[in-house]
Ligand binder design. Structure first.
Ligand SMILES: N[C@@H](CCC(=O)N[C@@H](CS)C(=O)NCC(=O)O)C(=O)O
Length: 209
């Protein structure tokens, strides 16, 4: 078994579904957590493949970009989709998620600024339309799903990514698990009830993102 080291900040963020994939597959890895803004990060940054975290080291072979890391691990561990068509749909859902992250980040920045007017403007003009588009797509997929997962008959890395972003949104106060989005709430519940995920989630450090 190769020696895996996953380098990221002490957040869920872009790396959490990769941590969950290791747990699902019962594969050992080193969860290297670095504090942003520290001399440690200052020294490591220029040595990382693309100057950012996360990156994955596999016996010293380094892979940057979270989606590349996730796709690589999911293919190795059997969570990438069972056919090329399923794999394409998993990729498409994650690409759609990445499109949604841009307006979500704008909301996070506005919330951090503490400017109430700006928060309201971004919520209304930027975030809400993007969320509605994203949720409509996910609901359409889930309506046709026989398994309750997004693609095929079992969990894939797309489910992990979507479940995690719903948790982030809940922590930011923009997703209510008891609200209108019951299909999405059920998907997250289904992912989080997988024993390995449940165990991992209950013991991980708390973070909003
Ligand atoms: N598209 C990249 C985004 C990675 C990213 O934005 N990383 C941020 C942390 S969340 C980072 O490394 N920030 C520190 C820096 O750029 O110095 C991915 O999906 O991995």
């Amino acid at each position: 078994m190769p020696q895996y080291k996953l380098y990221y900040f002490n957040l869920r963020g872009w790396a959490e579904p990769a941590r969950q994939l290791f747990k699902l597959a019962h594969v050992e890895f080193e969860d290297v957590r670095i504090e942003n803004g520290t001399p440690e990060w200052g020294a490591l940054k220029p040595k990382t493949p693309f100057g950012q975290l996360p990156f994955l080291s596999v016996d010293g072979f380094e892979i940057p970009q979270s989606a590349a890391i996730l796709r690589y691990l999911a293919k190795k561990f059997g969570y990438a989709g069972k056919t090329s068509e399923e794999e394409a749909w998993v990729d498409a859902i994650v690409d759609q998620f990445k499109d949604f992250v841009t307006p979500l980040r704008q909301l996070i920045m506005a919330q951090r600024s503490g400017n109430a007017e700006e928060i309201e403007r971004i919520q209304k003009e930027v975030f809400a339309p993007a969320r509605d588009t994203f949720f409509k797509i996910l609901n359409g997929i889930l309506e046709k799903s026989k398994s309750g997962f997004l693609v095929g008959d079992g969990v894939t890395w797309a489910d992990l990514v979507i479940a995690d972003i719903l948790t982030t949104m809940e922590m930011l106060g923009v997703f209510d698990k008891h609200g209108e989005e019951q299909k999405l709430a059920a998907l997250r519940e289904k992912v989080n009830e997988i024993p390995e995920i449940k165990e991992h989630n209950s013991s991980r450090p708390d973070s909003v993102v």
